[in-house]
Structures are given as C-alpha cells and as structure tokens.
Ligand binder design. Structure first.
Ligand code: PLP
Length: 426
C-alpha cells in the first residue's frame, strides 16, 4: 500500500451512510482468486450487486412470484404492485415527468434499438442523417446503421480530440436540416470522458433535432436528471448500476412515445385483439410486449433505493477521489500511457504499456486476482480513430479501495518486469 488518497472530499465522508463501509454490502467481493484477494476493477462491464438486491430477488421468487397485471389473485397483485412501484422509483431517480415515460427493457442496447425502429424508422427518408460521435459503444452505432440501411439514411460521426474530448463546435456544425436524431453517450465506456449532454441537447434543440443520451456508464455514478439534461430519450442498464442483468430502462418524452408505434407485438401491449384489428395498450405497456423481467425490475428498484441511501453526489465525489488517486498511481508504471485524458472524466482508466499487448497484461493481472478488461471495449471505431487495437481498462466503483489500486499497480510493475526479463533472456 502506497498511501491513501489525500483530501477525501467532504461529501464523500459526511454522507448519510459512510461509503467506505458500504463495500461490506457486496458479498462477492469477499473472496480470493488465484490465492489472492479479489480486486474487481471491471465495473464498466458490470457492477457487483449488494446483498439487498440479491435478497430482493430471492424474496420475490420465494414469496411473491406470479405474472403481472393479468391475475386477480393475491400473488399477482403483489407482483404487480412491486413491479409498478419499481417504475415509480425509476421515475423519481431520473426525475422524469410522469411514470408513463419509463419503459422497462432488457438494457441499454434494447432501449436504443427500440428508438431506432419505433421512433426513427417511420420518419426516416433516403438522405436523412443520424448524428453520433466517435466515442460511441457499438450499441449506440449498430442500431442506427441498421435503420440507415433500411431507409437509405446516412450515419454521420462527430469527431473527438486525441485526448478523448468531443469537439463541440464541429458537432454543432454537423447538426443540419437533414439531421433526424442525435445520439450521444453521457460517459464513454472506453475513455471515461464525460460529455456535456445538457449543452449538446441545447445545440440540437435549437435546430429541432431530438437527442438520445446513452446513460449506461453515467446513471450509477453521478446524479442524472433527464429534465435538466432536456433529452428526448435516455437509455440505461440495471446491471451497470448494482442491479440485476436483463433489465434496463428507456426514458422517452411522453409526447414522442405516444406517437410511436409499438416495436414488438404480443401480450400485455394490447387493449383488444381481433383478427381484423388490434388496439394497442396505453403507455408504458404499449412498449412492454410479453411477460417482463418482473424480478429484475423489482431488483432494479432496490438498487435505486441502495444508491439513494448512499447518495449519488457522495458516490460521484468518492469515485472522483479514487480516479485522482489511480491516475497518480498509474504514472509510476514505466511505459504506461493513459488513453482518454479529458478534463471531465469518470473513474475509468484505459491504458497502454509500451511493447505489451493488453490481453497479456490482463492475463497476468488475473493471476494476481486483479480483474480488468482488455480489448476494444465494444468501441472498435473509436480504437480505429485512436490508431490502436485496444487498451487495458480498469473501471472503478465506489466500493473500490486505494489498496486495490495499489494492487493493480503492483501487478502492472510485475507484468513489466516479467516481460522485460523475457526480452533480456532472448
Ligand atoms: N453503452 C455504453 C456506453 C456501454 O458501456 C454499454 C455496455 O458496456 C452499453 C451501451 C450496452 O449496455 P448493455 O450491454 O447493458 O445493453
């Protein structure tokens, strides 16, 4: 251990529940891997789950499991109450106007595909444009490419700087009369860059262009208020914010959702069906065909309660402190270069080490019990733009400790020494 981060911010220490002890809420973190204490630094891929979330899933299946909305019996009423109450929690959590604007989906990917097919496809004509940025995850690229292929529309891509900052003036110039939608990530999963989404929305709205914000890497790490951002759509995944996998949210402005056709047909999304004609259900059910991930939604609601108990500003402050500590600590590794050094950054550290392949780095780290990710991070066009095949990425959550960052650095120093010895030995 090389020390602790200096100046842990006030908000991080004087909060309702101390963040430092919250780590104990995550049973999975208390284990060894390869005989070493697990150091889990792959939180951008998925976060771990607090006991409360795990218990809520078990409790639901042990006591309340039934299908929602349709049953006139006690269990179904309980399941429905909890499922719909999770929707209210999500509404509050992101400050949406009304609960009808909260659509439960499988995750960010499904939310974006829903908007591409249900909102955009019906209004796109050949030559229309969809504007994204160079730092998007494949989930915020491929759905737009699909709908562009289906309609003859064109994908345009706003550039970033070498340090991973969006070039706002160029983005503004690229919003034009043919732009039908702008889709942008709030936080880059590969670089950590935080985009000024409220400013971007303002620029787009000046030209009457709606905006979808990919909030996958933001919503569990900082306060998010969709009305303050002003976006038209906001997408996120439960599993990246301490909730279950297989559940996520599409927020959409009510007036837009009302006009959009359903994107999947089936049970639940209908009001009446005959062979001649089907009448669709009201929002939000119009977009929730079939039996939903009931336990997942309930677990997501509990994850929200958990995050709110800690306080999102406190989480953000704490993670910023960890980021500052990790940035300083990594500087001690010879030949290490950070990829993504935007001034506004979340606690994601992508890096290269001279002469070493990211996969080799992560394989050696795994033997030390340190879990990081290596590769293109589902952002191949971004890697191509930066002229690199991939990076090693350490992504932090509030439950990480400075001692774990020290373990990462120790592991990296060993990796460098190991490969240097190999080279010297011919
Ligand atoms: N967008 C970003 C920025 C992400 O980091 C991810 C996942 O890593 C996604 C979208 C896709 O999320 P999911 O796989 O949960 O749908």
């Amino acid at each position: 251990m090389t020390g602790t981060p200096t100046g842990l911010s006030q908000a991080a220490t004087s909060n309702r529940r101390p963040i430092e002890t919250a780590r104990n809420d995550f049973p999975i973190l208390d284990q060894t891997v390869a005989g070493k204490p697990l150091v889990y630094l792959d939180n951008a891929a998925t976060t771990q789950k607090p006991r409360r979330v795990i218990d809520s899933l078990r409790h639901y299946y042990e006591h309340d499991n039934a299908n929602v909305h349709r049953g006139i019996h006690e269990l179904s009423e309980r399941a429905t109450r909890q499922y719909e109450s999770a929707r209210d929690k999500v509404r509050d959590f992101i400050n949406a106007d009304v609960r009808e604007e909260i659509i439960f989906v499988r995750g960010t990917t499904e939310a974006i595909n829903l908007v591409a097919q249900s909102y955009l496809r019906p209004i796109l004509a050949a030559g229309d444009e969809i504007l994204i940025t160079e730092m998007e995850h494949h989930s915020n690229i491929v759905p737009w490419q699909l709908v562009a292929e289906q309609t003859g529309a064109r994908l345009r891509v706003a550039p970033i700087t070498d340090s991973g900052e969006l070039l706002l003036p160029t983005l503004a110039e690229m919003i034009g009369p043919r732009t039908r939608l702008l889709a942008v990530t709030q936080v880059s999963n590969a670089l950590g860059s935080i985009n000024p989404v409220a400013d971007i929305v303002r620029l787009a709205h000046e030209q009457a262009v709606p905006v979808l914000v990919d909030g996958a890497q933001a919503v569990g790490h900082m306060p998010v208020d969709v009305r303050a951002i002003g976006c038209d759509f906001y997408a996120f995944s439960g599993h990246k914010m301490y909730g279950p996998t297989g559940i996520g949210v599409l927020y959409g402005r009510r007036d837009l959702l009302e006009k959009m056709p359903p994107w999947q047909g089936g049970g639940e999304m209908i009001r009446s069906v005959s062979f001649e004609k089907t009448e669709y259900n009201v929002l939000p059910h119009k977009f929730e065909a079939g039996t939903p991930h009931i336990a997942g939604a309930i677990g997501l609601g509990v994850a929200i309660d958990y995050i709110e108990d800690l306080g999102r500003s406190a989480i953000e402050c704490h993670e910023q402190d960890l980021l500052a500590y990790a940035t300083g600590a990594l500087a001690r590794v010879p030949g290490l270069r950070l990829v993504g050094t935007a001034p506004q950054k979340a606690a994601i550290l992508s890096f290269l080490i001279d002469g070493l392949h990211p996969h080799d780095i992560s394989t050696v780290l795994d033997r030390e019990g340190v879990a990081v990710r290596a590769g293109h991070h589902c952002a191949m066009p971004l890697m191509a733009r930066l002229g690199i095949p991939g990076t090693t990425r350490a992504s932090l959550a509030f439950y990480n400790k400075p001692a774990e960052i020290d373990a990462l650095v120790r592991g990296l120093l060993q990796v460098v020494a190991f490969f240097n010895r190999g080279r010297a030995g011919g």
